[in-house]
Write a protein that binds this ligand. Structure first.
Ligand code: GNR
Ligand code: NI
Length: 174
C-alpha cells in the first residue's frame, strides 16, 4: 500500500472536473485501496480522487471514531437535498484552515460501490457535510470557494508561503 501525495490549494489541478468511471478495473481497485490508506494515515474523514490527482469520480469516506466504517462512492449523485446546516470544515488539501460553510442538512445519495453495484441512502449531519464536500472536489471545487474573496485570498497567500518554505527546506536537505 502507498500513501498518496495530496495536492494542496491553490494547485490548479484541484480545479479539474472528474470524469465518471465507466468500468471499475484493477487500477481503480488499487486506487481505492491506496486512497483509503491515505485517508486513514492523514486522519481525514473523506478523500476524493481529485485530491490525489486522479480525475475520475471516486470518493472514500469514514466518519466513524473507530475507523471501521468505510464507504466507497463511485459516480455519486445527490438525488434530493433539503434544509441547511453550518459546519466548521477542514480539508486535507487546505491544511490547518478551518472555516464555517453552509451546506444542505439532509441529502439522498445514489452511487456505485467498489463492486459496481448501485446503492441509495439518506445522510444528514456530518456524513451529509462530508459527502457534499467530497462531491465538490470531483466538480473542481474546494470549500474555500464558498468564503469571501478577502478570506480566500488570505488563505491562498498563507498556503503559498508555507509551500515555498517547505521547498526551500527540502533544497537545504539535499
Ligand atoms: O478530514 C476532513 N474533515 C472534514 C471536516 C469537516 C468537513 C469536511 C471534512 S472532509 C476532510 C477531508 C478532506 O479534505 N476531504 O476532501
Ligand atoms: Ni477536502
Amino acid at each position: 500500500m502507498t500513501i498518496l501525495k495530496i495536492l494542496t490549494y491553490p494547485n490548479p489541478r484541484l480545479y479539474k472536473i472528474a470524469k465518471p468511471v465507466d468500468e471499475i478495473n484493477k487500477c481503480h481497485q488499487d486506487l481505492i485501496k491506496n486512497m483509503t490508506h491515505t485517508m486513514y494515515e492523514c486522519n481525514g474523514i473523506g478523500l476524493a480522487a481529485t485530491q490525489v490527482d486522479f480525475h475520475e469520480r471516486i470518493i472514500v469516506i469514514d466518519i466513524s471514531e473507530e475507523k471501521n466504517n468505510l464507504m466507497v462512492l463511485i459516480n455519486p449523485d445527490i438525488l434530493e437535498r433539503t434544509g441547511s446546516q453550518e459546519y466548521q470544515e477542514g480539508c486535507l488539501s487546505v491544511p490547518q484552515i478551518f472555516e464555517k460553510v453552509e451546506r444542505f442538512e439532509k441529502i439522498k445519495v445514489r452511487a456505485l460501490d467498489q463492486y459496481g453495484k448501485y446503492f441509495e441512502f439518506e445522510a444528514d449531519g456530518l456524513l451529509s457535510v462530508c459527502i457534499q464536500h467530497e462531491i465538490d472536489h470531483l466538480d473542481g471545487k474546494v470549500f474555500v470557494d464558498y468564503l469571501s474573496a478577502l478570506k480566500r485570498n488570505r488563505i491562498k497567500s498563507k498556503l503559498i508561503k508555507v509551500q515555498k518554505k517547505k521547498l526551500i527546506n527540502n533544497e537545504k536537505k539535499t
